[in-house]
Write a protein that binds this ligand. Structure first.
Ligand SMILES: [Zn+2]
Length: 268
């Protein structure tokens, strides 16, 4: 599951590669868009909104895509061999004379008028990496359902946009609370939100979501991805449990039972 900073970086790379160019090839491999002809349109730019990508085209059209679990956009030079996965996973090809952008495994791909982008992203809460980041509004939305487990509340893009599994786990760790702590009981929700903003901002221009300040392999996260390995702070074995409700049920929460206080996951 890409985090908001990954999407931000993807958008910036796509924008740098394509913006200002004219599409010489545009191939959208989803049935609904198979006949859409975008060749000849100028690429105005690619804008991230939370975990959504908005590729704005001349004539007031936007191509909306979402990477969801393992989607990705790759960039190539014309004629260069593609390496993002098998051909059948290619969902979109946008090429200018200079660059070819290939979208792999995109579960969401739609065209809509740029003026109606809100239909695709209007539900999102304040965008952690957006120009109009509004921490007070993010806190207000988080606390609107105070009994909700904080891990789930942080993942809900309607509260604040950009947090995925990595940051949900690491934020709970850094605030010393388990992911099942009711968000209304999380101490300092304003500091939680500020920390989220700081972490995503610090990581947006690089790969990896480093929350420990340590870039060494195996040292980048306090608890995320460390199932049955020692917590980097205290050495207690990190535990995992699934959390969330469908369609997010596959999300795994990681926590250190020593460093983090609060309710344990409900047993089932
Ligand atoms: Zn610990």
């Amino acid at each position: 599951m890409p985090e908001g900073d990954t999407v931000w970086l993807t958008a910036h790379r796509l924008s740098r590669a394509l913006a200002g160019g004219t599409l010489v090839r545009a191939d959208l491999r989803v049935p609904r868009l198979a006949t859409a002809d975008l060749t000849g349109r100028r690429v105005e730019g690619v804008v991230p909104r939370g975990k959504h990508l908005l590729t704005r085209l001349g004539g007031g059209l936007t191509l909306h895509s979402h990477l969801r679990m393992d989607g990705a956009w790759h960039l190539y030079a014309p004629g260069e061999r593609w390496g993002g996965g098998p051909q059948w996973q290619v969902r979109a090809i946008l090429a200018t004379a200079e660059r070819v952008a290939v979208g792999y495994r995109l579960p969401v791909l739609e065209l809509l008028p740029t003026a109606e982008e809100d239909k695709a992203v209007g539900h999102l809460g304040p965008d952690l990496l957006g120009p109009g980041w509004d921490p007070a509004e993010a806190v207000r939305r988080l606390l609107a359902d105070p009994g909700r487990p904080v891990g789930e509340a942080l993942l809900d893009q309607r509260n604040l946009a950009g947090i995925g599994n990595v940051y949900a786990a690491e934020l709970c760790f850094l605030r010393g609370i388990t992911p099942w702590t009711p968000v209304g009981e999380a101490p300092g929700p304003d500091r939680l939100v500020t920390l989220a903003h700081r972490l995503l901002t610090a990581n947006k221009a690089r790969h990896g979501h480093i929350t420990t300040g340590d870039t060494r392999r195996g040292r980048t996260h306090w608890v995320y991805g460390r199932a049955d390995r020692p917590c980097l702070r205290c050495g207690t074995l990190v535990r995992t449990a699934e959390h969330g409700t469908p369609p997010d049920r596959a999300r795994v929460a990681y926590w250190c039972p020593h460093c983090q206080r609060g309710p344990a996951p409900p047993t089932n």
